[in-house]
Design a protein around this ligand. Structure first.
Ligand code: PDD
Length: 286
């Protein structure tokens, strides 16, 4: 049985209980982060902490834990649960005011809820998806307008994955006004004539922590980058395509809406980017 973290305590997962009035449960009034663990160490921890602070502040919440304290909780969960490779999930909600009300409770009287738990994933690096690439379908982006905030409103992304699963695809790329925003739980990229193309940061997408690192490493490796919108037709016609996220790192996309990209196998630049990302991030893991 896992040891999880709830509001300051490390406890067995089956004893961790939250109020039915918690605003995370009633209103999805909460934010989250997912940080990967490789060889017992955290990847991009500083980036995830900064984004957590930003998500909370955009929703008028304070950050109830310091960076150092949060790092220590992550490490304790890794130790207690013997995580070699896997993920740490963190969620902070506006807490429970003991009733249901759309209006925010007074933060002085209502402490936030902080939950963290680990997920083991021994094949995190050597995943089958990384080797074979994934197939995606395109769907309309029907999420709310502040996707830059990492909230726990994940129903539409979840429906998107189910739409993909129904047609034996692995994931969905969401499209708004004719252009790809992002994957259901990852950022989307194409490569054409040696140039990496991905949508610029805005309210329309989550500002991926893996995205920031991958773009930095690509720049350092003298690869060409362009931050702009692209359509599904342009993606199908690209030389390569891929996604990034904390749980998938850099993963090739080989087919969109049933059409192969190039010859339908993972592209060389994508594979190179995955290697660079993993090498560099493992070096700086903490
Ligand atoms: N998802 N876009 C969306 C919509 C996401 O949910 C995620 C992350 C990303 C990539 O962000 P990062 O590189 O910081 O992981 C982009 C996480 C992994 C999840 O929900 O499980």
């Amino acid at each position: 049985m896992r040891t999880v973290y709830l509001n300051g305590s490390f406890i067995p997962e089956n004893t961790a209980k939250i109020s039915i009035f918690d605003r995370g449960f009633l209103m999805s009034d909460g934010v989250y982060e997912v940080t990967s663990v490789i060889n017992k160490k955290l990847i991009d921890f500083a980036g995830h902490f900064s984004r957590l602070e930003r998500s909370l502040s955009e929703l008028d919440m304070s950050t109830p834990v310091t960076k150092q304290a949060l790092l220590s909780v992550h490490r304790t969960l890794i130790d207690k649960n013997k995580i070699n490779h896997g993920l740490i999930y963190l969620q902070i909600t506006r807490g429970s005011a003991g009733d249901r009300d759309f209006v925010f409770p007074d933060p002085k009287k209502t402490p936030q809820t902080v939950v963290m738990f680990s997920q083991k994933k021994e094949n995190l690096i050597d995943s089958p998806e990384a080797k074979s690439g994934i197939k995606v379908i395109s769907i309309e982006d029907r999420r709310w307008g502040r996707r830059d905030i990492k909230t726990t409103q994940l129903l539409y992304p979840s429906l998107g994955k189910m739409m993909a699963k129904k047609v034996h695809a692995d994931d969905a790329w969401m499209v708004e006004d004719g252009y790809v925003t992002e994957g259901t739980s990852n950022n989307a990229y194409i490569i054409k004539n040696g140039k990496i193309i991905t949508r610029a940061k805005s309210f329309a997408i989550l500002h991926g922590i893996t995205r920031t690192s991958v773009l930095r490493f690509a720049k350092e490796a003298q690869m060409e980058l362009e931050e702009r919108k692209f359509s599904i037709d342009e993606a199908i016609d690209a030389d390569e395509a891929f996604i990034t996220s904390a749980s998938s790192f850099v993963t090739p996309v080989i087919n969109i809406d049933g059409k192969n990209i190039s010859d339908g196998s993972p592209g060389p630049m994508t594979q190179r980017l995955r290697e660079i990302y993993l090498d560099e991030s493992i070096k700086t893991a903490i």
